[in-house]
Design a protein around this ligand. Structure first.
Ligand SMILES: [Zn+2]
Ligand SMILES: [Zn+2]
Length: 229
């Protein structure tokens, strides 16, 4: 095993393509293994639990081994399977953007719900961006800090604008190595210039433009793929 590994990012939910045995569905979810803590985290849940659970199982991971789930925003394609995850694993810590915390607390009465306001460490080398509010949608992103002190950004839909999350990640004063997830209608492409891996998937409207502009950096992602850092 490579002792230099920081994170495995397994794509367990997306709507575009899949490897054999994996299922697709509208939404996004990434199963992350944190090598610093030796623990699994889930970023978003996708819409349907049968799709999500099939794909997690394909990576030989038990749902009960997932200790934390981070919900980027409350849209069903990102939080739709939370109910089934919570039913199986009521001890799980659930991180939601501030403002959504009360809705989640009333939906999951005894759950451990945490609201994130500003940039905060969730566990070793894992940060929430803190919440951004855009047109009544509260959203957070996840920042992973590798052993080389580089940042991986994971976004759900990036409704408030991907650049907001990039600017927030810059506050950590480290090189941004990769950005992964749904970019929605993002077009301020100059923000992507120094990022080595641009894995735009899910709801990204201008995927072709991004691919044309950054052909060496662009990475097509499919359900069942694992990115390691
Ligand atoms: Zn979405
Ligand atoms: Zn959304």
């Amino acid at each position: 095993m490579n002792s230099d590994l920081s994170f495995d990012i397994n794509i367990v939910y997306d709507n575009l393509c899949n490897k054999k045995g994996f299922l697709t569905g509208f939404g996004f979810s990434a199963l992350i293994f944190n090598h610093f803590t030796q623990k699994f985290l889930l970023f978003d849940t996708g819409a349907k639990s049968d799709v999500l659970f099939n794909n997690i199982k394909m990576f030989n991971v038990d749902i009960l081994d997932i200790k934390k789930v981070i919900i980027s925003h409350s849209h069903l394609d990102h939080a739709g399977s939370l109910r089934e995850i919570y039913a199986l694993n009521p001890d799980i810590d659930i991180y939601v953007p501030k403002g959504d915390e009360f809705a989640f607390k009333s939906a999951y009465l005894n759950a451990k719900i945490h609201g994130s306001t500003k940039l905060m460490e969730i566990e070793k080398n894992v940060f929430s961006s803190g919440h951004f509010d855009w047109s009544h949608i509260n959203e957070q992103a996840l920042f992973l800090q590798t052993s080389k002190n580089e940042i991986i950004i994971l976004v759900g839909c990036a409704h408030p604008g991907l650049e907001q999350f990039i600017l927030r990640a810059n506050e950590l004063n480290m090189h941004i190595k990769a950005v992964i997830g749904g970019f929605h209608g993002f077009r301020k492409f100059s923000y992507l210039e120094n990022i080595e891996i641009i894995a735009a998937c899910h709801c990204t409207r201008y995927k072709d433009e991004i691919n044309n502009k950054f052909p060496t950096q662009f990475k097509k992602l499919c359900v069942g793929e694992c990115l390691t850092f």
